[in-house]
Design a protein around this ligand. Structure first.
Ligand code: RP5
Length: 186
């Protein structure tokens, strides 16, 4: 059996410890998706939330295959203390809009790339909410999911100075990395 290097074992231990701590805390952001096939698109959202230490959960709550569970999830969201729901779906993607119809907890919609229309169908389904029930809509794909999580962090940072500082530090690291890119062109 291959033994992982010592530092990796330690890092893994820390990661598991943090994941356990996060999973024990009350969930603040829900990440839901229409199908297991959406997971690779939504996973970056959970990674960002974990990086910022935001207690979160990831669940499949299909609008058309599990409508009762979808409504129950939305109806319970505020009572459970959720501050945002990141909802990803593909095709005739009604999950974000239907969740938003049943809760006033902000819903951040992520269009998943679909097989035939590459996610333009998902984008239009999510972004074109009729007046009265808003869904904040992000870009198609994993980048959109990451941005939805960063947006949720920004919303939470309004009430949390430490989180705001860490979000600013995240941006600064990103800027440094972009500045360093020119050197890599040589
Ligand atoms: C939607 O249908 C899901 O959000 C997914 O993007 C799409 C296809 O689902 P599967 O057939 O892969 O389960 O509900």
């Amino acid at each position: 059996m291959e033994i992982a290097p010592r530092h990796l074992q330690f890092k893994d231990h820390l990661f598991l410890h943090r994941e356990r701590a996060l999973s024990n805390a009350a969930v603040v952001v829900g990440v839901v998706m229409g199908s297991r096939s959406d997971w690779e698109t939504l996973r970056p959202a959970t990674e960002i939330l974990a990086e910022f230490g935001i207690p979160h959960e990831a669940r499949v709550v299909s609008a058309h295959r599990m409508p009762d569970e979808m409504f129950a999830y939305a109806e319970g969201a505020a009572k459970r203390g959720l501050k945002a729901i990141i909802a990803g779906a593909g095709g005739a993607a009604h999950l974000p809009g239907m969740l938003a119809a049943k809760t006033v907890v902000p819903v951040l919609g992520v269009p998943v790339a679909s097989k035939h229309l590459q996610g333009v169908d998902s984008l239009h389904s999510i972004v074109q909410m009729p007046k009265g029930i808003p869904v904040a809509t992000f870009a198609i794909g994993p980048g959109g999911a990451a941005n939805a999580a960063l947006f949720a962090v920004a919303m939470l940072a309004n009430e949390n100075a430490d989180l705001r500082q860490r979000l600013e530090a995240y941006r600064a690291r990103q800027t440094d990395a972009a500045r360093a890119m020119t050197a890599a062109l040589k």
